[in-house]
Design a protein around this ligand. Structure first.
Ligand code: CMC
Length: 436
């Protein structure tokens, strides 16, 4: 963080003395006005619900240029990473700051692979859930419960604990998601297989049964790996900020990541992929493409409460670059499975075309986001709709952990404690109950 020569001056109309605020420059992106001393100097807070104009931290991990539609992990464009690197390389990059060479990759992959098993006792914990529990409810519980099983890696201030918990979380998330799925399907859990890739192993744990050999389809394995790469990090979004805020109290990494899982569940965030597929299925039931116009009218009607799920983004005011890559993967997967004429894919393309030409969407700069096509890919792979957000959580875990570890290592790190503009009752006295 570099101090700019530029300074901001804040003046007040009531004659209070103006204050000079330092301005810092990042390596790219908007400068920030440092308001840390504002309260001490003026007795005032700033007001920014939803953090529309607030940088909550400095970070060197992920950069988004929302106007250009650009996403960089540690400086590398997402398009290059999605095309040239796999998820293990991406994890290494996000966690340690550099793309691994072949030896580093082999070493990192081996470390992750050897932590994929879960303490056997976790099965009994899982059995406490109803079979029809939402997978994200199960995931919030299971991830939080890891802190009860891995006592040797819960000290967030110990760098070795942080590293081993990072590896454990990345390694165990696919096992947990697959266990949640098998539990709901009433099938036996499949133990991880160390000779498979990260994505291949997840497919095996999801779809293999003890009765038959399961062969991983390489097209699906690649598609899933790409889903993981595209979802791996996205700077200070709601769930990442939740992880940072939760971790800022010094809680253990498993608890902080469980908080991230809980936040991701919401339909405005990670839950959008599930909501988007449900929306496509609803339109399909209404009559499909012929009803798109009618549906769009509802979306544009503020009183209807209907949103075009998978569209719009707080940061992207252009095409989400992940959505383009996801659309490409979607075509590949559908073609390899002989589903080129998939009606939901056709419907999604029709909706996208209409929205991109419609004044409502154009004027608000609403474009497809990553969730618009990811649900169609996951559905084609055989992942049930209710599990989509859990797959997102699996992929985002590395980003959460990288951001959490970055925060702990930051000398400016403090417990997060926002302030408020109080609008409630001023001091008053409690009356005896008979007089109220
Ligand atoms: N459909 C219809 N109208 C929309 C949509 C949409 N999907 N998204 C935004 N708008 C309208 C909104 O009503 C508002 O209109 P007006 O200015 O007339 O009041 C305008 O566009 C600006 O929207 P906003 O709600 O102020 O934007 P935001 O930055 O607060 O919200 C968002 C961003 C992602 C929550 C929102 O676009 C949304 O709810 N999208 C649908 C859910 C979705 O796909 N979420 C996934 C996000 S990407 C994956 C992830 O990071 O988790």
């Amino acid at each position: 963080m570099k101090l700019s020569e530029n300074k901001a001056t804040l003046s007040f109309s009531n004659g209070s003395p103006s204050v000079e605020l330092p301005v810092y420059q990042g390596s790219v992106g908007p400068d920030v006005v440092d308001i840390r001393k504002l309260y001490a100097q003026t007795g005032m807070f700033t007001y920014d619900p939803g953090f529309l104009s607030t940088a909550s931290c400095q970070s060197a991990i992920t950069y988004i240029d929302g106007d250009k539609g650009e996403l960089l992990y540690r400086g590398y464009p997402i398009e290059q990473l999605a095309t040239n690197c796999d998820f293990m390389e991406t994890c290494h990059l996000l966690l340690y700051g550099n793309l691994p060479d072949a030896a580093d990759k082999a070493d990192f992959t081996k470390r992750v692979t050897h932590h994929t098993m879960i303490n056997e006792q976790m099965q009994f914990f899982l059995r406490g859930f109803r079979r029809d529990a939402h997978p994200m409810a199960i995931m919030t519980g299971l991830v939080g419960a890891l802190s009860a099983f891995y006592h040797d890696s819960t000290d967030i201030n110990n760098p070795e604990h942080r590293d081993i918990s990072a590896i454990r979380l990345i390694a165990k998330m696919p096992t947990l998601v697959a266990m949640a799925y098998k539990y709901s399907a009433g099938q036996p859990y499949m133990y991880p297989k160390n000779n498979l890739s990260y994505a291949g192993n997840f497919l095996h744990m999801m779809f293999a049964t003890p009765c038959e050999d399961y062969v991983v389809n390489p097209v699906i394995e690649r598609a899933l790996d790409r889903i993981f790469v595209l979802h791996a990090d996205h700077e200070q979004n709601a769930s990442t900020s939740t992880v940072r805020l939760c971790g800022s109290s010094g809680t253990n990494p498993f608890a902080a990541i469980a908080a991230g899982v809980a936040c991701l569940w919401g339909p405005a965030h990670g839950g959008a992929n599930e909501a988007c597929l449900n929306m496509l299925e609803d339109i399909q039931k209404m009559g499909g493409i012929s009803k798109v116009g009618q549906f769009m009218e509802q979306v544009k009607d503020k009183n209807s409460g209907v949103k075009l799920m998978g569209f719009g983004h707080r940061v992207y005011k252009n095409y989400d670059p992940r959505a383009k890559l996801m659309q490409e993967t979607c075509k590949e997967v559908l073609a390899s499975l002989g589903l080129e004429n998939d009606p939901l894919f056709k419907l999604a393309m029709a909706l996208e075309k209409i929205a991109l030409e419609d004044e409502y969407f154009v004027s608000r700069k609403l474009y497809p986001n990553v969730d618009f096509y990811s649900g169609i890919v996951q559905r084609a792979i055989g992942i049930p709709v209710g599990l989509f957000t859990a797959v997102f959580a699996l992929a985002r875990t590395v980003g959460w952990i990288a951001q959490l570890n970055e925060m702990i290592g930051d000398p400016e790190y403090k417990i997060g404690r926002p302030r408020q503009l109080f609008t409630g009752s001023v001091r008053r006295d409690v009356l005896p109950i008979a007089q109220r």
